[in-house]
Design a protein around this ligand. Structure first.
Ligand code: PLP
Length: 479
């Protein structure tokens, strides 16, 4: 398996080179050069596999010769041994035709752990095997940061810097990032939004000389390894519910921000998993819902919502979908992205829009509806949803069709978003490891939302042989 750029400007790369490259060198995103196709017999044989055995089967289709089966097995087992549930990502039934796929049993209580535990171990493996210097730079709307830090902290040969919007992440998310005292961790709170953080990252990664000099690696979902690790749980959940579904068709509803998670579902479907519909759920930052329903992809004003990890206007993985939507033609993607740069929009119409609407149904869930959904399931089913999951569940309910079963992806544990949940007079008991965070000292640095300001902090941290430590931030007593 080789990886090529959606913009056609990079030589085909193997799996490990693709992981190290992150964003393609021509500014595009890396995609597999061929989609593995699974026969019904293979699917049947996979039906009863454990999560880790299934992950080895799925991922081995994409890693090619870059990892031996034993290496891949070791990485997968190590990655999911940190999960608190024996099934890794269990499925729970919360309605007659509705299930949730609980993806939050990893170390930071969000679905990002599924991919980032794997990517962290993979980076450590690459560092050990090839002697590559791994300096990770990432932006987070809240969950990625903690999860990425947890994925690599204390790992030999790896430094990590995370940017996040100051004051726009939940209390628990902030604590998860700022209480980690690892010498290889730098947290930068920027005075701006997540879109600013993401733009800064893109700008810095686009500076090829800087990227090379400081050995920058990506952990955002522009990294293909993250998407591939997330493909696994669509298979796992499908196998759990399809038996009980008794011939009824199976949909997935996915709370969406950067289009990474739902794109993994799209890949699973392209590989032959018989997913009926992919339901895309956004919050009030509804650019993707508007695109599916009208064909116009155009950022609107930023809104702060109860689901901050989906407060995103420009979805970084969207270009991967455009590539497939337009028949895998890089010249089309280049034209569309140039148009997006110049006019700030991408349009789909006619047959192309019809294809979009065949691929996805989409709903945007407003703040009140999100909280009402949490309230309804808590009192009706004694099941507490986090606000991101609630958007997916609300979309599943809006899009419910007789004779179909929907799996809504539960992307975070409710304890991470207690501020919003308390608005409906619901009191929850925090898991012990979250409660413990409130006692720990925090460390963070606040910077302006410019690439220049961030570069100034990165140079001393990533500079020198082992990276610096003096730039790691001041202690803060309250936030
Ligand atoms: C990151 C995140 C999402 C959005 O996932 P994308 O891959 O960006 O679409 C949804 N819910 C939670 C809790 C998240 O952390």
């Amino acid at each position: 398996m080789r990886y090529i750029s959606t913009r056609g400007g990079t030589a085909p790369a193997g799996f490990i080179d693709a992981v190290l490259m992150g964003l393609a060198d021509d500014g595009g995103l890396l995609v597999p050069d061929a989609m593995p196709q699974l026969s019904p017999e293979t699917l049947e044989a996979w039906r009863t596999l454990s999560y880790t055995d299934l992950a080895v089967e799925v991922l081995s289709l994409f890693t090619g010769d870059d990892l031996t089966r034993e290496e891949l097995q070791g990485l997968v087992r190590g990655s999911y041994a940190t999960f608190r549930h024996p099934e890794v990502t269990p499925v729970q039934k919360i309605g007659d035709n509705l299930h949730v796929l609980e993806l939050f049993h990893g170390p930071t209580f969000a679905f990002k752990d599924v991919a980032l535990q794997f990517l962290g171990n993979l980076y450590a493996h690459i560092a050990a095997k090839t002697g590559s210097i791994i300096h990770i730079l990432g932006a987070t709307s809240g969950d990625t940061g903690a999860s990425a830090i947890e994925g690599v902290r204390g790992k030999e040969g790896i430094h990590i810097c995370i940017l996040y919007p100051h004051g726009k992440v939940s209390r628990v998310q902030e604590l998860q990032m700022t209480t980690i005292q690892g010498e290889n961790v730098l947290n930068l709170a920027i005075r701006g939004t997540f879109d600013d953080a993401q733009r800064i990252i893109k700008e810095i990664f686009a500076d090829a000389a800087f990227k090379r000099e400081y050995h920058l690696r990506a952990i955002n979902s522009i990294n293909i390894a993250r998407i591939l690790a997330q493909v696994v749980y669509y298979f796992y959940a499908y196998f759990r519910v399809s038996g009980e579904a008794d011939g009824r068709r199976v949909n997935f509803s996915v709370p969406t921000g950067n289009f990474g998670d739902i794109f993994a579902g799209y890949l699973a479907k392209q590989m032959g998993l018989p997913i009926h519909r992919l339901i895309l759920a956004t919050n009030e930052n509804d650019i993707l819902t508007r695109f599916v329903n009208t064909g116009l992809y155009r950022p609107a004003a930023f809104r702060s919502t109860h689901s901050p990890s989906m407060d995103i206007q420009v979805a970084s993985n969207f270009e991967r979908y455009l590539y497939y939507l337009h028949g895998e033609k890089p010249e089309m993607v280049r034209e569309l992205m140039a148009g997006f740069g110049a006019q700030g929009e991408v349009r789909a119409s006619g047959e192309v829009l019809a294809q979009v609407q065949a691929d996805f149904s989409a709903y945007s869930i407003e703040n009140e509806a999100c909280l009402n959904t949490i309230h309804g399931h808590y009192h009706g089913r004694a099941y507490l949803l986090d606000p991101h999951t609630a958007c997916g569940v609300a979309a599943a309910e809006l899009g419910a069709v007789e004779g179909e079963v929907t799996v809504a992806l539960a992307t975070a544990h409710p304890a991470k978003f207690d501020e919003s949940i308390r608005l409906r007079e619901i009191t929850q008991t925090f898991p012990e490891s979250i409660q413990a965070l409130f006692e720990l000292p925090q460390r963070q640095t606040v910077v302006e939302a410019t690439a220049e300001a961030v570069r100034q902090k990165l140079v001393p941290f990533f500079g020198g042989e082992a990276g610096g430590t003096e730039a790691q931030g001041k202690a803060i007593t309250s936030a």
